[in-house]
Design a protein around this ligand. Structure first.
Ligand SMILES: [Zn+2]
Length: 338
């Protein structure tokens, strides 16, 4: 496993070093340089940091897999290196700026450890981080946090669409669901070691990029008709309770909504257009990409199911019931979509 990863890293290392060497030669000589073969950088070489006015600048482009330490380099500035010109290294920070990283999206790989590494590094899908299931203390970084990884696909949440542009993707090694004889999806557990890693990683990312709780989501939340990951076994409540990460409802508020809702017969009303319209509108207003039409269609069933994966994982029937409805209203009140 580790051998595989280090061989892959070396492959990228050679390619990216070649690019950088050429750029530096252009700066020194205005005429076009002869391209010399790239030399691999020694793996423990650190990027050169230059501190000016209390800000760390990196002479080399840190958006480079061979320098896989973006957590340490956070707060640095990557600057252009234009031939014959100098980018003035005195930093005058603009007020008009924010982080590109607005979302943290969790996935499962539906593959084992080795295959996860192979697919996420060698094929068209990728993620910024990969959490293995080996019980060690390592988290693999596959894409620089400043760059886009291909993990979300067609996706939406609240006012945002195509969340690859604005998110950090975390893949967790997990086998994914199997369907039993009755058609029920059965999901495997996550190990405690994995959950601790994911929690620490998400907490670090959320703190550094100031990602709000409403924007820490599962893949299924942002693509409910296409995706099931990370599934109902992912312990969102534990992350909220123990790491103050992500959204969770207040029990008392939920109970109040439940007490006033419990007399309604939800199963019967699933065929009443006005009732469905109300449910669909509430799900859309909370953040899901759902078009209210008054019909219990496939998109509505899958959106209710994905809501249940996240917030009521004991029963993910895709049917609205009193408890699911009470939870949705409690969340809507706590995390209004402004
Ligand atoms: Zn996914």
């Amino acid at each position: 496993m580790r051998k595989t990863l280090s061989i892959i890293s070396l492959g990228f290392l050679i390619i990216s070093c070649g690019t950088q060497k050429n750029t530096q030669t252009v700066v020194a000589k205005p005429t076009l340089p002869k391209v010399s073969p790239a030399k691999p950088v020694v793996s423990d070489q650190k990027p050169k940091v230059q501190r000016e006015h209390g800000v760390d600048f990196f002479k080399d482009n840190i958006a480079d897999v061979s320098k896989n330490d973006n957590t340490a380099s956070y707060g640095s500035i990557v600057s252009a290196n234009p031939a014959t010109y100098k980018v003035v290294k005195t930093f005058y920070p603009s007020v008009g700026q924010n982080f590109r990283q607005k979302y943290i999206i969790l996935h499962y790989t539906a593959l084992d450890d080795d295959k996860s590494v192979m697919v996420l590094t060698q094929q068209s899908v990728s993620a910024h981080y990969l959490v293995n299931d080996l019980g060690d203390n390592e988290i693999y970084q596959l894409v620089d946090e400043n760059k886009r990884a291909y993990h979300a696909g067609i996706s939406a949440w609240r006012k945002d669409k195509m969340l690859n542009d604005t998110s950090i993707g975390i893949e967790i090694v997990n086998a994914g669901y199997k369907t039993d004889a009755s058609g029920t999806k059965i999901f495997p557990e996550y190990s405690d070691a994995q959950v601790r890693k994911v929690a620490a990683l998400v907490k670090d990312l959320a703190n550094r990029y100031m990602v709000p709780a409403t924007n820490i989501l599962g893949h299924s939340d942002i693509a409910p008709t296409r995706k099931q990951d990370p599934g109902p076994k992912f312990p969102w409540k534990k992350l909220y309770d123990e790491y103050q990460v992500g959204m969770w409802y207040d029990e008392g508020t939920k109970q109040n909504f439940y007490d006033s809702a419990v007399l309604e017969d939800y199963a019967m009303q699933m065929s009443v257009p006005s009732f469905l319209f109300k449910i669909q509108t509430a799900l859309r207003d909370f953040g899901y990409d759902l078009n209210p039409n008054g019909a219990y269609d496939d998109a509505t069933k899958k959106t209710i199911e994905t809501f249940q994966y996240h917030f009521r994982p004991q029963n993910y029937s895709g049917m609205m019931d009193a408890e699911t409805w009470a939870i949705l209203q409690a969340l809507d009140q706590k995390y209004p979509n402004k």
